[in-house]
Design a protein around this ligand. Structure first.
Ligand code: NI
Length: 167
């Protein structure tokens, strides 16, 4: 297993649209395992392949307190969404920034598991929000894009400044 470097906003590679996984093979399972390790180490509750510069439709999520409920979604698609909720979101690609985003409070998603078999999942609250956030990454969308232009520009310059100070 390996820790993977996480792209940071405003890296343009975060705006890449991910391609479907053609076959769930050992290389995909290895990537999923590395992504899970990277997410836990960060620490975070979700990570999309886009964020580690691998542009495949693959996400890992674990919203449990004790890191016991790893969920891997390959080629996820949203079948239904309903309700509305507003909560503070953060993102491993936008470190230190937390902003309120409006999302559906319930989703039904279909995906392939690590065995290549399709399954469906009903999620609500934090898990539903996390699934929507990570699926956005696969479309090249970062959560700050839901904010006003002014807020987004402020975040961008803050992160650019931070990155400059790191080197
Ligand atoms: Ni994110």
């Amino acid at each position: 297993m390996a820790l993977l470097p996480i792209l940071r906003y405003p890296d343009p590679r975060l705006h890449t649209k991910a391609a479907p996984v053609a076959q769930v093979d050992d290389s995909v399972r290895q990537l999923a395992a590395d992504m899970a390790e990277t997410m836990y180490a960060a620490p975070g509750i979700g990570l999309a392949a886009t964020q580690v510069d691998r542009h495949l439709r693959l996400i890992v999520i674990d919203v449990s307190e004790d890191k016991s409920q790893l969920l891997t979604l390959i080629n996820p698609s949203l079948l239904e969404k309903s309700g509305e909720c507003e909560g503070e979101e953060g993102c491993l690609s936008v470190p230190g920034i937390y902003e309120t985003v409006k999302r559906a409070s319930q989703v039904r998603v279909r995906a392939l598991g690590l065995d290549g078999q399709p399954f469906e999942l009903d999620a609500n609250d934090l898990l539903a929000v996390c699934i929507q956030h990570e699926m956005d990454h696969l479309e090249g969308k970062v959560f700050v894009e839901y904010l006003s232009r002014l807020k987004r520009e402020r975040i961008k310059s803050k992160l650019v400044k931070q990155a400059r100070e790191t080197f």
